[in-house]
Design a protein around this ligand. Structure first.
Ligand SMILES: Nc1nc2c(ncn2[C@@H]2O[C@H](COP(=O)(O)OP(=O)(O)O)[C@@H](O)[C@H]2O)c(=O)[nH]1
Ligand SMILES: [Mg+2]
Length: 624
């Protein structure tokens, strides 16, 4: 296949495979688990069957024998071959590698990983159910291979999955059911799926008691017609005793063997079967994809909702801090006490006046010092701001976590987060303290710059950078006014005093601007600090791997497959669209389609050795 030009259909399918393989549905939304399986099935069927089939259209036809536990699949395969190649089971469940029987001239098609690449090949008995036991058998015709699949209703999950996987890789289903259980719901679920994707199916109705021969096969034929399998041949095998090797009499399986041989020998019917199943499988893959895209969209919606919720929680904290650093809230307690200490002793103004006169004729650079208490006030502002930030960040984390707790998807994320999302991150306090110190530093720089350019440098130096700086902080905290009730007296008075101090230094025009600059700076720093906290939640959401382009890519890929498929498969059998792909089984029975082949009864069995079904006989649903 190296160097072979890919067809448009193959290219479209490769793109579809890659788009589907990238689908992630990590949030436990209603459809997610099921659609996750669908995605796996699509990828698997492309790898196992569709791509290799398109690449090697001449490969032998693979008939997969499927059906319920104890239906007689292995016995049928053995009887078709004429010796025991697949151990029939009495004790269930059996965990054995599925057996693929092929003619020696076809070995090259199956020994490598062309089809079913996930299953290792073996040639000896293997207990590994994820391997494929290859059996060479020249009694079956070249161009046809028969695979004995595990029970579709096995009690072992892996067996059930493997059975479905193998049937999805079949060119032809040889579906075995028994007269006793032909109306069970499980096999009909499979048959219906086969009909939905136009897979070529032949049904073998096993172990029909001679008395029931006139009733059961026609009834099954009718069920098949009603369910889209009217073109499928139906072989009715009468109940007989198995021989000492566990084989059915040759005559019992001769019609099936003959029919398969005819199919294998006729290039054109074989091609028709291959194309019918292949085309149906491709159409079904493309048809499943939009639903998958929808599930991706649902994931994206949920992720956006989860993101919006945490964003909202933190936006609220940013807003609260913004308001509370401007409405006087901070002008309480320790800050207020220190402010009074700073200005209230009278020392402050005295110092201010004295220094101004003293400075008048002197070099200002030699003056240092400031009214006592500026340092304490600065520390009080620092801790007031710090506890505001801590409280609001903690409240935001609590809200964020609670909003995720409110739905299953969020709860799953919390459970797998590996950190406590209901609290601020461990280094938040340290970062908050740093942000406040940085802001205070910036305020001091701001007043220092402004102070140097003013004529009233004397007053500025008299107060000191710290004194002017803390006064500006006080003005910021009261800036928007907005004070109510009793607070206005204390806090409002505080602010007025600070304002007056600054006016004396800078003039009232400048104060507005400085206060605004300092406030904007604080808001910006707080926003960044809290946005850093949000990163934790965002990283979880981004780490889910659900990409916003995924669903568009899926839809696009499915459309491309559809239109490439309408261009037609590279078939040489022109009539295959008009006719049923499968040649009819002979002789015909006088009922409506499908054709029923009755196999003449040999001797009736008295002592059948059936213990199988009973062992795992679970309550089963019948077809309605
Ligand atoms: N008497 C009789 N026994 C059968 C027939 N087909 C299968 N069995 C027995 O039923 C049991 C289950 O058959 P098996 O082929 O392993 O069923 P599978 O689970 O579909 O592979 C085995 O013990 C078989 O010998 C039949 O047509 N007649
Ligand atoms: Mg079996």
């Amino acid at each position: 296949m190296a160097g072979r030009q890919l067809t448009a259909l193959e290219s479209a399918l490769i793109e579809l495979r890659s788009a589907v393989a990238q689908v992630r549905l990590p949030l436990p939304l209603p459809e997610a688990e099921e659609q996750g399986k669908v995605a796996q099935e699509i990828v698997r069927q492309l790898d196992d069957y569709v791509m290799p089939r398109l690449a090697t259209i001449d490969a032998p036809l693979l008939a997969v024998v499927g059906g319920s536990t104890g239906a007689g699949k292995s016995t049928l395969v053995n009887s078709l071959v004429g010796r025991e190649v697949s151990a029939p089971g009495v004790i269930r469940p059996t965990t054995r590698a599925p057996v693929l029987v092929h003619h020696s001239s076809d070995a090259r098609w199956f020994s490598d990983d062309r089809i079913l690449p996930g299953l290792a090949r073996s040639t000896g008995a293997s207990k590994d159910s994820r391997s494929l036991l290859l059996v060479v058998e020249d009694s079956i015709p070249p161009g046809l291979a028969i695979l004995d699949a595990p029970d579709i209703d096995s009690v072992v999950v892996e067996n059930r999955q493997l059975a479905a996987q193998l049937l999805a890789a079949a060119d032809l289903w040889l579906f075995v059911t028994s007269a006793a259980r032909y109306a069970d719901a499980v096999p009909w679920g499979f048959l219906r799926a086969a009909a939905d994707r136009s897979a070529a199916v032949a049904v073998v109705l096993d172990r029909v008691p001679p008395r029931a021969m006139t009733e059961v096969p026609p009834h099954l034929g009718q069920l098949m017609s009603e369910r889209g399998l009217g073109d499928s041949p139906l072989f009715a095998v009468p109940e007989t005793a198995v021989d000492p090797q566990g084989l059915l009499p040759a005559s019992a399986v001769q019609p099936i063997r003959g029919w398969l041989a005819a199919l294998a020998a006729d290039q054109s019917s074989r091609a028709k079967v291959v194309y019918q199943t292949l085309d149906g499988a491709i159409a079904a893959l493309a048809a499943k994809t939009p639903q998958l895209a929808l599930s991706v969209d649902e994931q994206l919606d949920a992720i956006e909702q989860l993101r919006a919720e945490v964003d909202h929680s933190y936006a609220e904290a940013v807003r609260t801090v913004q308001v509370q650093t401007a409405d006087g809230t901070l002008l309480r307690g320790e800050v207020l006490a220190r402010w009074h200490e700073f200005v209230g002793t009278g020392e402050f103004f005295r110092a201010l006046e004295q220094k101004v006169s003293w400075l008048r004729d002197r070099l200002m650079a030699t003056i240092r010092g400031e009214p006592p208490g500026a340092g304490n006030l600065k520390i009080a502002v620092e801790s007031g701001l710090e506890s505001l930030l801590r409280e609001e960040a903690a409240a935001a984390a609590e809200r964020a976590e609670a909003s995720w707790q409110a739905h299953a998807a969020g709860r799953a994320l919390i459970a797998s987060a590996g950190m406590d999302l209901s609290r601020s991150s461990a280094d938040f306090d340290r970062k908050a303290a740093r942000v406040i110190r940085d802001w205070q530093g910036a305020v001091l720089d701001l007043v220092a710059d402004e102070g140097m350019s003013k004529r009233s440098r004397a007053r500025f130096y008299a107060l000191g950078v710290n004194g002017v700086g803390v006064a500006l902080m006080i003005v910021v905290f009261a800036h928007t006014g907005g004070l109510v009730g009793a607070e206005i007296g204390v806090a409002g008075g505080t602010a007025v005093l600070a304002q007056r101090v600054l006016e004396a230094v800078f003039g009232d025009q400048a104060i507005r601007r400085l206060a605004q600059t300092a406030k904007d700076d604080l808001d910006g720093r707080v926003q960044t600090l809290l946005a850093d906290e949000l990163v934790r939640y965002h990283m979880i959401l981004d780490g889910l791997g659900v990409e916003s382009e995924q669903s568009a890519r899926l839809r696009q890929a499915a459309r491309a497959v559809e239109s490439a498929r309408e261009g037609g498969l590279p078939t040489t059998a022109d009539e295959w669209e008009e006719e049923a792909a499968l040649p009819p089984a002979e002789p015909r029975l006088a009922i409506d389609a499908p054709t029923v082949t009755q196999i003449p009864s040999t001797e009736a069995s008295e002592d059948s050795d059936i213990v199988d079904a009973e062992l795992v006989d679970q309550p089963r649903e019948e077809l309605r």
